[in-house]
Write a protein that binds this ligand. Structure first.
Ligand code: NAI
Length: 268
């Protein structure tokens, strides 16, 4: 049931590939809550994925931008400022990719060129995006920026491979840049650490199905779905969370603070 939480708010959503993407659900929920969005993804993802369909559904422009390219990010933010006729209120970074994961290279035997590429896409792109937003002074006072992350940044999950390191870097950027955005722009920057979710990126991780079951049985509230994540992200875009910044916020049904559940013990 919509609450008009984002009435008169507008922003940019990165990373909607298909209807399983977390970003796809966020874009739909933003619209339901009265907000307006521009959708963006890498050019190849726009050609291969379904984002144009979502653009039509939400009556939102789709603008191509490779998030590793400062030039393309500058073009995107400039176009958004023109489209919205001024500054906007929120941005979602929902981007991740590891070539080592994709090509099944173990953490102990990485191709470091692939590691650099994955780091650039999954982690450094967040700094590039924040820097362009900051330099162009693109966000309204009390705006909100969110990036999605995973608990492998804090604890070891062997199959998550180099994405664990990328997520640790991403979370650190949210704190470091969050200071300057808070101090000088009154804009908040947070990461949301989401439960494992069945999406294209999620399915790249080996053994995802078993892991989803383990996580479901460990979390007292069960795994959080992509739609539930969208609701949480919308609350972070809303005016009800104005003083929350530089945080890594777990949205995981209690997984992160559960040692072991009775169900897992009984499985042995
Ligand atoms: P997804 O595969 O639907 O989304 C990943 C997106 O990254 C795609 O839309 C892809 O086109 C985009 N992308 C890749 N390279 C790009 C580039 N150079 N420039 C711009 N965009 C690029 O998968 P999902 O799961 O929705 O992923 C979204 C975010 O959520 C990622 O940061 C992921 O690590 C994070 N996450 C996912 C979890 C899961 O289990 N699925 C759990 C916790 C966090």
């Amino acid at each position: 049931m919509p609450h008009n939480l984002l009435k008169n708010k507008k922003g940019i959503i990165f990373g909607a590939l298909d209807n399983k993407s977390i970003a796809w659900k966020v874009a739909e929920t933003v619209k339901e809550e009265g907000g307006d969005v521009i959708l963006t993804n890498a050019p190849v993802a726009i050609r291969m994925g379904d984002i144009d369909k979502l653009g039509k559904q939400l009556d939102s422009p789709v603008i191509a931008a490779d998030a590793t390219s400062i030039l393309e990010l500058e073009n995107l933010i400039q176009t958004a400022l023109e489209h919205f006729k001024g500054k906007f209120d929120f941005v979602l970074h929902s981007i991740g990719m590891s070539l080592n994961v994709r090509k099944k290279r173990d953490y102990t035997n990485q191709n470091h060129e692939w590691t650099k590429k994955g780091w650039d896409i999954s982690a450094l792109s967040f700094h590039k995006l924040l820097q362009v937003l900051y330099t162009k002074d693109a966000l309204n006072k009390w705006g909100s920026i969110v990036a999605l992350t995973y608990i492998a940044a804090q604890r070891t999950f062997p199959n998550y491979n180099d994405m664990a390191d990328n997520k640790a870097y991403l979370e650190s950027i949210a704190r470091s840049f969050g200071y300057f955005f808070g101090k000088n722009k009154k804009v908040r920057v947070n990461t949301v650490s989401q439960s494992p979710t069945r999406t294209t990126a999620g399915q790249g991780v080996e053994g995802l199905e078993n892991f989803l079951n383990f996580s479901e049985k460990t979390s007292p509230l069960g795994n959080a779905t992509a739609s539930e994540c969208a609701h949480y992200v919308v609350s972070l875009f809303s005016d009800f969370t104005r003083k929350v910044t530089m945080q890594n916020l777990f949205h995981d049904g209690g997984f992160s603070t559960t040692g072991v559940s009775q169900e897992i013990i009984e499985d042995f």
